[in-house]
Design a protein around this ligand. Structure first.
Ligand code: PZK
Length: 287
């Protein structure tokens, strides 16, 4: 892995290293999580797909918002990034009613303080995309918060900037993805602020780990939708009657191969670039 880099953090499937005072290295492993548990079986090239997709979106959204990407390393799974002061909120945008948004709507008729029309169904497209911030939980699940609470955490002016930026990013990517057969139902951004006070998009962007990707040709609101990337894994785990406690089951070879193919398909559809070309030269997604 990175030479002479200090390990500074772990996500469920990623690692963060310090390169120097100004730069970090974000390493995307091939680990996969399902039902909040990291499985023992890896999906070959999953980390490369996610790193490549993030880099692709960073390159294409630079005019909407500057981002932390400095370089993609030759391994195709490591990003050199600008070190930022991170905002203490998760910036979620929802275009469709799923996950905790659907749960909140069923309970209260609203999502993060946004009142919604009555009689929406699970997975329905929303009248307009919603900015639904959440707290960053050290452990367990992020908690949805209303805009007032979010403003208390980052300031009203910064929140307004983050909301407008997040909605612009989502509209851009969701339209691009839909033309290529993928519904981006929702997505989560993390933003930071650089030394000059400029808002900068950080972390990963529009990957299947930070977003809900649905196959557009199977979209059928009124219930949950299949996941573009993880459905084979979920179906296999459900078929076992696993209690969803760690460590989780090992995956059989056909589930691994099928899941790898779905990640590669997502990459190729969204980027229009052959995955082999990315492996050959990761900078191909930046051009
Ligand atoms: C940062 N994380 C979350 C992600 C992990 C942890 N550009 C940045 N500057 C400063 N801090 C961060 C970033 C970014 N991105 C991100 N924690 C800090 C995280 C992936 C793996 F272990």
């Amino acid at each position: 892995m990175p030479e002479a880099a200090l390990h500074v953090g772990s996500g469920k499937v990623r690692e963060l290293y310090a390169l120097d005072d100004d730069r970090l290295l974000l390493f995307a492993s091939d680990r996969i999580s399902t039902f909040d548990v990291v499985l023992t079986t890896e999906i070959p090239d999953k980390g490369r797909v996610l790193c490549g997709l993030s880099a692709f979106w960073f390159a294409r959204t630079d005019e909407i918002c500057p981002n932390h990407l400095l370089a993609v390393r030759a391994d195709g799974r490591s990003m050199e990034c600008t070190r930022l002061e991170m905002l203490p909120i998760e910036c979620v945008v929802r275009g469709y009613l799923a996950g905790s948004g659907w749960k909140d709507y069923m309970r209260t008729g609203a999502v993060c303080g946004h009142e919604l029309p009555a009689a929406l169904r699970e997975s329905d497209r929303l009248p307009q995309p919603l900015f639904t911030p959440a707290t960053k939980a050290e452990e367990g699940h992020d908690e949805n918060i209303d805009l007032e609470t979010a403003a208390g955490l980052v300031g009203a002016d910064r929140l307004a900037e983050v909301q407008a930026t997040a909605l612009s990013l989502y509209r851009f990517a969701a339209a691009h993805a839909l033309e290529r057969g993928i519904v981006i139902a929702d997505t989560k951004f993390e933003f930071g602020v650089d030394g000059g006070g400029t808002l900068v998009l950080a972390d990963e962007a529009f990957t299947p780990d930070s977003s809900r990707f649905w196959p557009a040709d199977e979209y059928s609101p009124g219930g949950p939708q299949p996941s573009f990337d993880k459905q084979f894994v979920r179906d296999y785990c459900e078929s076992l009657g696993w209690d969803k406690a760690a460590p989780g089951p090992a995956l059989p070879e056909d589930v691994v191969v099928g899941t790898r193919a779905r990640y590669v398909e997502a990459f190729e559809r969204l980027t229009g670039i052959g995955f082999d070309r990315y492996i050959d030269d990761p900078d191909v997604v930046l051009r």
